[in-house]
Ligand binder design. Structure first.
Ligand SMILES: NC(=O)c1ccc[n+]([C@@H]2O[C@H](COP(=O)([O-])OP(=O)(O)OC[C@H]3O[C@@H](n4cnc5c(N)ncnc54)[C@H](OP(=O)(O)O)[C@@H]3O)[C@@H](O)[C@H]2O)c1
Length: 334
């Protein structure tokens, strides 16, 4: 298969991680990058071997050799950046959360349909082998029905959060900061992955930062089939990044469930099985699974991923909208 030519917009922290894996893919290659900063663009292009470097996102969107653009700007710019790319006929892989609310995501999906291009939210967790394995266990009923899900994802401290002049992306309301959209999106997507649907009832509570975004949030979900979930996300409390799934006949614990590298299955009789992911031992971060999946979609002429569909992104953002509404987190631009 001829390598799919990627362009990258927003050369920050995660774009580096992504391109480090892109370099190792035999299905895709880094073709062009664009940055608001000429120096950063040049430096980045040199480091990862991009053939072209642009000082505006629009120029990259208009490059006829680029097949798909990975958008790694703060979430508040995703809609504008993705629409620019899709209106120029480019497929888009957009970092999570794709849109910051249901309205934005609707506009993005409509734009993909109108321009007949591939579009996917970068929920990279989905493409790890351990994610497929836990989904299979849930679907086949090997351990019985899923009865309860727990997922935590927190870092930082309230002390740092309260420091004067704190303006990192995570704390900035004008950049759609807070834990819910940045980290909670993973837990909500994880519950959705296992249940295949949104919860029937949601109760959410948050402690807010001085800057007015959620610093630590907990959510309880209830489904009509007697399943519950407890999800926590935080930019002010350093918690584990672990998911625990309780089945009728055993349980599973997943390390760093957002990029799962180890899963322990504990059967009802107490026996344990450990499943590991070999990417961790190869210096890969795990973006390669997503990159390869998206590249196959492009080469097969798909406009939507069969693994992370537009409908599911929509269900996830609707749940996040509800959580934000319950804790009173509305952004200045909404
Ligand atoms: N999949 C994952 O594991 C993962 C992890 C972390 C973050 N993310 C997602 O990736 C996105 C980017 O996160 P990040 O941590 O990489 O952000 P970051 O380090 O702050 O980088 C964002 C980049 O976006 C560009 N940008 C354009 N306008 C900007 C503005 N007004 N303010 C700040 N940056 C601006 C900048 O690139 P140029 O100046 O080069 O144009 C900047 O370097 C977020 O949506 C986040 O949710 C995903």
């Amino acid at each position: 298969m001829e390598k799919v030519k990627f362009g990258v917009i927003g050369l920050g922290r995660i774009a580096h991680e992504f391109c480090n894996d892109l370099l190792r893919s035999d299905k895709a290659m880094l073709y062009a990058v664009a940055s608001n900063s000429e120096d950063r663009g040049k430096e980045f292009a040199e480091k990862y071997g991009a053939k072209k470097v642009y000082s505006s996102y629009e120029e990259l969107a208009k490059d006829s050799d680029v097949e798909i653009i990975y958008i790694a700007t703060p979430h508040v710019f995703h809609k504008e950046n993705a629409i620019l790319c899709m209106e120029n006929g480019k497929s888009v892989l957009c970092e999570k959360p794709a849109g910051i609310n249901k309205q934005e995501l609707t506009e993005m999906i409509n734009c993909a349909k109108k321009n007949d291009v591939f579009f996917m939210e970068g929920m990279w967790t989905r493409f790890f082998p351990i994610s497929s394995q836990i989904k299979k266990i849930a679907e086949t009923g090997e351990l019985g029905k899923v009865r309860h899900i727990e997922a935590d994802f927190g870092f930082g401290s309230w002390e740092d959060a309260e420091a004067e002049g704190r303006s990192a992306r995570h704390f900035e309301p004008n950049l759609a900061g807070g834990a819910i959209l940045d980290l909670g999106v993973y837990s909500v997507a994880f519950a959705s992955w296992l249940k295949g649907k949104s919860p029937d009832r949601i109760a959410a509570f948050a402690d807010m930062t001085k800057t007015g975004v959620d610093g630590n949030t907990v959510c309880a979900f209830q489904y009509d089939d007697r399943t519950t979930a407890l999800l926590q996300c935080s930019i002010c409390v350093n918690t584990s990044i672990q998911a625990r799934i309780y089945f009728e006949r055993g349980r599973a614990e997943i390390n760093t469930f957002i990029k799962p590298d180890l899963m322990k299955i504990i059967y009802a009789d107490g026996k344990e099985e450990i499943i590991t992911d070999e990417y961790a031992s190869k210096g890969l971060r795990g973006f390669i699974y997503e990159i390869d999946h998206v590249s196959e979609c492009i080469r097969n002429g798909l406009k939507m991923s069969p693994i992370h569909s537009w409908d599911e992104s929509m269900e996830i953002i609707k749940t996040l909208d509800e959580i934000r509404s319950q804790v009173g987190l509305k952004y200045p631009f909404e």
